[in-house]
Design a protein around this ligand. Structure first.
Ligand code: BG6
Length: 319
């Protein structure tokens, strides 16, 4: 006889092997939602709701073969976003092997969550040749009891030569959507952006929401902390909340660029959208001993709940 979900013993955190034998950590919560984190890249590769529906996009052509970065999930861009500097695009931590951090320094607030994992990336001698700074990058990934996904990065300057270092950063989140032409992004209205398709020229968003009918690649600057992605077909809304990350990158490659990417299906641009909590325009500078924190929290709500108005209380009042 099947054991009811509420009676089943939950293994909140499990370490096992993923695609191509790559190590991963599976997080589960009481309602049946889950998340998977690969140590390669420190990358969330799956996030499922209580109906076991996948909420993140991973390309069917993604190669899980280091040293290539994995196309999908939530790659981390550090210490350089895109090609805004001398390093490889999006930096190198998305194709490094992270470790489990068994004894992380405590967080200021203690949370009741049971499903979380702490990862750490320490600079190797090889990386020091590419980026001559000593740092510790700690990443906590938490699956909340309601299924919310939270990522907190803590980056510390460990230089002993007195040198500060600047960096740019992004949680390069690939969301799974039903049909990109039916998707709206709300919360970036009237915000200035740099258009990556026009030499990063600065414009101001004029529409009451962002919709998609061709390639789009923009860095929205100093945005509100809350952004919503409305998937009209599935009546599902992703709500992003970010802290320490003033900017937001919105990217869909559309058909031409999709075809040009070897690890991306020709038609897959229809089922994905990247909205990336980021810090790009004004790099963070850390002095020796200083620590920076950047946090992203993503939740899913039914679309009727917040379409057109990001504050649920307003939705209730007007409904
Ligand atoms: C986005 C950038 O963040 O990432 C795009 O704005 C870029 O310009 C995209 O094409 C994918 O980058 P990559 O290096 O993973 O192919």
């Amino acid at each position: 006889m099947a054991v009811p979900l509420e009676k089943r013993e939950i293994v909140f955190v499990e370490r096992c092997k993923g695609v191509n034998g790559l190590e991963k950590v599976v997080l589960r919560e009481v309602r049946g939602c889950s998340a998977e984190v690969y140590l390669y890249g420190g990358q969330v590769m799956s996030w499922k709701n209580e109906h076991e529906e996948e909420l993140l996009f991973v390309s069917s052509k993604a190669t899980f073969k280091p040293p290539k970065a994995i196309r999908g999930g939530i790659p981390i861009c550090f210490p350089q976003f895109s090609n805004l500097g001398p390093l490889e695009p999006h930096g190198f931590v998305r194709n490094r092997f992270w470790s489990i951090d068994d004894d992380p320094p405590p967080f200021a607030t203690t949370s009741p969550n049971k499903a979380f994992v702490d990862l750490i990336l320490k600079l190797s001698d090889e990386d020091f040749k590419i980026w001559p700074h000593r740092y510790e990058f700690r990443l906590r990934i938490t699956l909340g009891p309601g299924g919310d996904l939270m990522l907190t990065s803590r980056i510390r300057n460990m230089n002993t030569d007195g040198k500060s270092f600047p960096f740019t950063f992004a949680y390069h989140t690939y969301f799974s959507v039903t049909d990109i032409s039916e998707v709206r992004v709300e919360g970036l209205e009237t915000i200035d952006y740099l258009d990556n398709l026009k030499n990063r020229e600065r414009f101001t968003e004029q529409g009451d929401a962002i919709t998609f009918e061709s390639e789009l690649d923009r860095i929205y600057l100093s945005t509100p902390t809350k952004i919503a992605i409305l998937d009209h077909e599935r009546k599902r809304t992703f709500v992003l909340r970010k802290d320490g990350l003033p900017d937001a990158v919105v990217w869909n490659p559309w058909d031409r660029k999709a075809k040009a990417m070897a690890d991306f299906g020709d038609e897959e641009y229809k089922q994905m959208l990247c909205v990336e909590a980021a810090c790009v325009e004004k790099p963070i500078t850390l002095k020796p001993g200083e620590e920076w924190r950047g946090r992203l929290e993503i939740s899913v709500v039914p679309s009727s709940y917040c379409s057109g108005q990001l504050d649920p209380r307003r939705a209730l009042q007007s409904g």
